[in-house]
Design a protein around this ligand. Structure first.
Ligand code: HEM
Ligand code: NAG
Length: 501
């Protein structure tokens, strides 16, 4: 551990007997396991609440104001680490009945961030969030949450997101505003989830109806933590001020004020410490993606054909499947770098002495690469539009028949979830003005090859061939939007005092 203001404080505190020695280990420890959460190599260490450090520590200036973690739902600040996660979308049939049951049946099971972090014997975590249609149904539409996208719902935004006005790839439950809320259930086993869901359903009775559900799960064994294309996902999420001690921020991690993720001062009073949850059911056409890589190898002839195909995939994402950033290791994977969370996010796209078009920089990592499009780091002079991603893969592994035919049979993809305090500045900005904008990060960048959406038409992408950065690749959508909704994930006290009776 590098000597920081924080470790100096620990030392001082120890010497003066401020905290017992056992706590120091506690503060430093990287937790090995947690019933509900995965912890694959390369992921950031489990966060610890800053409240593990005694009050009074602020005197050193090292400890930021801590957030009320016992009042913030558990999914918001944790990131993409659930073993199993069910998304249960419901409509409210009887508002009065639902409001009573929200207090008596649901609230006692809602998991706070503090609970999730402190109780590693927890077997199930429950979160709940509401759409605008749901808040209307509950008669809580005024004062509104001051977010136009939330207010109108995601279906009316589908064309803005590149999905096409007719949203023809969308599942019918997401078309319209019939979804009033979503319950997120996370656990280590599907059985736990099923049991909990069953008892919830019987407790809620006819106050709600099920509209749609999606079972997500971390992929098996060595693929744990990897999305279905095969890339480690969940490495880079912003460090939220006040969530943990400043010394825990990892090199290269974006540091954002809590107000960028949580409603702190911006919404009506009751909404404080809630967050907007954007949900997207994003199908991934994995055999088709793999065929595209196989058909378009790039890079040095000294590599094997397969290595050159893997290089194309790595350049599309900006990271190798292991998680190692191509900017740091442009021609071959570096699994050791990938495993080290203090190094695997520690880079900017700047190259000293590079020309204006950043040719040298692009040779290492295309402007179009998914991680460069969605977080351009020093390509922009201001750092904003941050989200915390908390999704989970869904659907089966690719079967032998699918792999050999190059055609998807069973649906699989990413149950994409992200949190932000303003949808237009967060998810929507990134999707619309960055991923789908052919002239971002610079002119002639093309679409984000992973999530860029062109109203269902093929997408042009540049920069993928390191030996010819102007070469154009035209590709189908490998990620297909099946729809989604905009939700608000309220604080526990808002559920108790405002939403329920
Ligand atoms: C099926 C769809 C998607 C796949 C397969 C995917 C995959 C990935 C992968 C492999 C990474 C790199 C690992 C990491 O930094 O955690 C990543 C990072 C990221 N993705 Fe996605 N993603 C998808 C959808 C989205 C969407 C819809 C958005 C937002 C509109 C998004 C925003 C981001 C951001 C902000 C990062 C972090 C970039 C950084 O900090 O360097 N992703 N994604
Ligand atoms: C699948 O794609 C690969 C790579 O293009 C090709 O060699 C193979 O023949 C394809 N298989 C089928 C059944 O089309």
């Amino acid at each position: 551990m590098k000597p920081t203001i924080f470790s100096t404080f620990i030392c001082l505190a120890l010497c003066t007997g401020l905290i017992p020695a056992a706590n120091v280990d506690d503060v430093r420890a990287v937790k090995k396991g947690h019933g509900i959460l995965i912890n694959p190599p390369g992921f950031p260490p489990f966060p610890r609440p800053s409240t593990t450090v005694p009050a009074g520590a602020t005197a050193t200036g090292a400890i930021p104001t801590s957030l009320p973690l016992d009042n913030i739902q558990s999914d918001i600040l944790i990131g993409m680490r659930k073993k199993k996660e069910l998304f249960f979308f419901f409509g409210i049939e009887n508002a009065a009945d639902f409001k009573t049951k929200l207090k008596s049946e649901i609230l006692p099971r809602v998991t706070s961030t503090k609970k999730l972090l402190d109780d590693d014997k927890l077997t199930i975590a429950l979160n709940i969030a509401f759409s605008q249609a749901g808040l209307n149904k509950l008669d809580i539409s005024e004062p509104d949450l001051r977010d136009t996208e939330f207010k109108n719902g995601q279906f009316s935004d589908s064309a803005n997101l590149g999905d096409g006005a007719d949203a023809k790839t969308w599942l019918s439950p997401f078309k319209g505003t019939s979804i009033h809320g979503v319950i997120l259930l996370a656990s280590d086993t599907i059985e736990n989830i099923d049991t909990t869901l069953k008892s919830l359903k019987s407790a809620l009775g006819s106050s709600i109806t099920e509209i749609h559900s999606l079972q997500g799960a971390a992929r098996p064994e060595h693929e744990e933590g990897h999305e279905h294309f095969g890339f480690l996902d969940g490495i880079s999420n912003p460090f939220v001020a006040g969530f943990d001690d400043q010394s825990k921020a990892l090199p290269g991690q974006a540091q954002v004020p809590a107000g960028e993720i949580l409603l702190r001062e911006t919404g009506p009073g009751w909404a404080k410490d809630g967050s907007f949850l954007v949900f997207r059911q994003l199908q991934q056409l994995v055999p088709e993606f793999n065929k595209f890589l196989a058909d378009h190898p790039v890079g040095p002839e000294s590599l094997t054909r397969d290595e050159r195909s893997q290089l194309l995939g790595a350049r599309m994402v900006g990271r190798w499947k292991s998680g190692a950033p191509v900017f740091l290791t442009p021609n071959r994977d570096d699994p050791e770098l990938a495993r080290d969370s203090s190094r695997n996010n520690d880079f900017t796209y700047m190259l000293a002495g590079d020309d204006d078009s950043k040719t040298g920089s692009q040779k290492r990592c295309p402007f179009s690469a998914h991680i460069r499009k969605t977080r351009p780091r020093d390509d922009l002079t201001t750092s904003q539009h941050h989200i915390i991603r908390g999704g989970t893969p869904y659907g089966p592994e690719v079967s032998g028949i699918e792999a050999s035919s190059n055609i998807t049979k069973d649906e699989r993809g990413l149950a994409f979830v992200c949190y932000q305090s303003n949808i237009a500045d967060g998810f929507k900005f990134i999707q619309k003005f960055w991923a789908n904008n052919e002239n971002f990060v610079r002119g002639n960048t093309g679409f984000d090859p992973i999530i860029g959406a062109n109203l269902g038409s093929p997408r042009d992408v540049f920069g993928l061939d390191p030996d010819d950065l102007t070469r154009k690749f035209t590709m189908m959508d490998f990620v297909v939007s099946k729809g989604g909704e905009y939700f608000f994930s309220p604080s526990l006290s808002a559920i108790r005092d405002k939403l329920s009776v």
